[in-house]
Write a protein that binds this ligand. Structure first.
Ligand code: SAM
Length: 222
């Protein structure tokens, strides 16, 4: 049984996964000269939390590769009270090759939950919700607020726009009225227990996966 105090297999920086120096991993093959590869990682090993296909790749090359196949899905989260869920949102957005994560309000957010995935994810800051909504309109994105409030439609049955920006609220206040009014619709995630709401990071994961199920090319997944 796994030691419960040890980190899980995908947690970064523990030296429990990844590859060692190229010469140890491939003793019979010359060090490759592919410009996407990082000479330092080739010589010292690559223990980063990246999929095996990106072993030894420079950060810039990884970002450029994902950029070629990012989805037309954007995620925004209101951050007026410094929401600790943003790291989780960024990590999940990275996993689903979301175009950009937008932070609305306070610029600072707790990066811990992102597990370094923010290095590979485009992030954009907007001073307030009005600025985000103006930006989305200029980009031709349909804004969909996500919250379980009166008037919301079930995420489980709705047809989601392809060029889409999901807008999430924060713990406590939920999605602001300004965000609701500026969105084409508000979608709720069906609940069946006693709690009024689920964690915003979890809600973001569910919503992103709903979009993936409707619009992504699953044959392109790892
Ligand atoms: C903890 S909730 C906010 C509080 C909630 N409105 C309440 O009345 O308790 C934080 C955010 O998570 C998302 N969220 C949580 N539960 C949800 C649900 N069942 N459906 C849709 N979004 C949800 C929304 O974006 C919401 O603004």
């Amino acid at each position: 049984m796994r030691d419960p105090v040890q980190p899980g297999p995908t947690e970064w920086g523990q030296g429990r996964h990844g590859v060692g120096p190229w010469k140890d991993e491939h003793p019979h093959s010359a060090i490759p000269t592919d410009p996407r590869l990082d000479p330092q990682l080739l010589s010292e090993g690559d223990r980063r939390n990246v999929v095996d296909a990106y072993r030894y790749w420079t950060r810039e090359s990884i970002i450029a590769d994902i950029d070629q196949r990012r989805h037309p899905l954007h995620i925004a989260i209101e951050n007026f009270e410094n929401d600790s869920n943003i790291g989780t949102v960024v990590r999940t957005a990275n996993a689903f090759a979301v175009d950009t994560v937008h932070i609305v309000g306070r610029k600072r957010w707790n990066r811990r939950g992102a597990m370094v995935t923010d290095r590979y994810q485009h992030l954009q800051h907007h001073s307030d919700t009005a600025a985000l909504l103006r930006w989305a309109e200029a980009q031709g994105l349909t804004v969909v607020a996500i919250d379980n409030i009166p008037g919301s439609v079930p995420l489980e049955t709705v047809e989601l726009p392809r060029h889409c920006l999901f807008l999430f609220g924060q713990e406590g206040p939920g999605v602001t009225e300004e965000a609701q009014l500026g969105s084409s619709m508000t979608c709720s995630i069906a609940q069946f227990g006693s709690t009024r709401s689920i964690n915003a990071g979890v809600a973001a994961g569910i919503a992103m996966h709903s979009w993936i199920r409707q619009h992504a090319d699953l044959s392109a997944a790892w």
